[in-house]
Design a protein around this ligand. Structure first.
Ligand code: TXA
Ligand code: MG
Length: 362
């Protein structure tokens, strides 16, 4: 399939582009577009055949349901029913934005979109281009992240082209995304509502509006035997091809462990990357590291995940860095563990998954 790649820069062409994309979506095609969280891969959510094409393009297991994206809050009433007061309060406060709500579905939503579940996940993005695409495509667009299943989610147009060129009808490119990590998912069919996937809207922010919120316990226990409530969370997602470990502990011990193990791998001819968090970055700039850089030129790299106090910065950098590991064919990735409390929950959750829960405490 020939994929049309469109950079949305020219204001003057904007309407024409949107109309063209609308036509593709209405006739059952698949189009990638930016949202404020990550790039999405959209198709008409109410057309089972169109939704099926998304699964094909991503190589996604068919039991993993899709989020339906809407452009106006009231449109939720067409696809969901028995909407709780808490759900309405969350919509009021956080829509448009990075919050997905799981609600009882109406019959018009086909099984092919929800993986046969009786609920539907709904989100209204804040990204203007995303909303214009959704409206032009008929108002109900199923859109998972626009990556091949199992790869890190795309946060810039080039990532989408890397994964989707030749597999879908069109790719719309505009800027790098603002947030960098997928939306928070809240199941509104339980009391109290339950976070199924952490994102930029934190537990604290939700509790400030609706009171008590629970968290799917599989998110809190890495070795839980239970299946996560969001079917997609059971897969080893977001993973780079190289082997990744998270290293936890006091700065000195952490740095010692990482440099020691990196050296062992370098000696064996492997390519190594270190992902450091803010202030500890300087610990990887001393004489030992200079020596390693000299001895093993091009085989070792050090990256900054972001400021220790700025989870939003880490969120923005994370997938780009994980993809960079693949482009550079890195064999071993040593990443410093981030905090896991409230504002860090999303980054911590994705890094844990990228590492397949391999955490070393020193
Ligand atoms: O930020 C986002 O949410 C991005 C952008 C493109 O909007 N989309 C996204 O979609 O992350 P996706 O398909 O990559 O992740 C959707 C997650 C999966 O884990 C899926 O299992 C879960 O939502 N999900 C969808 N419908 C559900 C439902 N009815 N009940 C529980 N989980 C559901
Ligand atoms: Mg995804």
């Amino acid at each position: 399939m020939k994929t049309k790649i469109i950079k949305v820069t020219e204001e003057i062409e904007y309407r024409k582009i949107i109309n063209e994309i609308g036509t593709i979506l209405k006739s059952g095609g698949v189009v990638a577009f930016p949202t404020e969280t990550v790039y999405g891969l959209g198709a008409n959510a109410l057309d089972e055949d169109a939704a099926r094409k998304i699964y094909e393009a991503k190589g996604r297991p068919s039991d993993n349901p899709l989020i339906i994206h809407i452009a106006q809050p009231n449109d939720v009433d067409m696809i969901a029913q028995d909407i709780s007061i808490e759900a309405k309060q969350m919509m009021e406060q956080f829509w448009p934005g990075p919050l997905t709500l799981v609600l009882p579905k109406k019959d018009c939503v086909p099984d092919g979109t929800t993986g046969g579940l009786s609920t539907v996940a709904v989100r209204m993005p804040s990204h203007k281009l995303a909303r214009d695409v959704i409206s032009a495509g008929g108002g109900y667009i199923a859109a998972p992240s626009a990556n091949v299943s199992g790869r890190p989610s795309p946060t810039r147009g080039a990532h989408v082209v890397e994964d989707m060129d030749g597999r879908i009808d069109a790719i719309l490119i505009k800027d790098n995304v603002e947030i960098g990590v997928e939306s928070t998912i809240v199941d509104c069919t339980t009391t109290p509502p339950m976070i199924l996937r952490p994102g930029a809207i934190t537990k604290g922010m939700l509790e400030g509006i609706i009171g008590q919120v629970q968290v799917d316990k599989t998110l809190l226990e890495a070795d839980s035997k239970e299946a996560p409530k969001a079917p997609g969370m059971k897969y080893r997602h977001y993973a780079p091809k190289g082997e990744m470990v998270l290293v936890d502990g006091e700065v000195k011990a952490r740095v010692e462990y990482i440099i020691g193990h990196a050296t062992e791998k370098l000696k064996k001819g492997e390519k190594v990357a270190i992902i450091a968090l803010g202030r500890s970055l300087q610990e990887y700039q001393g004489p030992t590291m200079s020596e390693l850089h000299q001895m093993y030129q091009g085989k070792i790299q050090v990256h900054n995940l972001g400021d220790d106090l700025q989870p939003a910065e880490a969120a923005k950098n994370m997938y780009k860095l994980l993809r960079h590991m693949d482009t550079q064919e890195v064999d071993y990735i040593y990443c410093e563990q981030v905090p896991s409390h409230d504002v860090w929950a999303a980054v911590s959750n994705r890094l844990n998954k990228a590492a397949g829960n391999k955490i070393i405490t020193v």
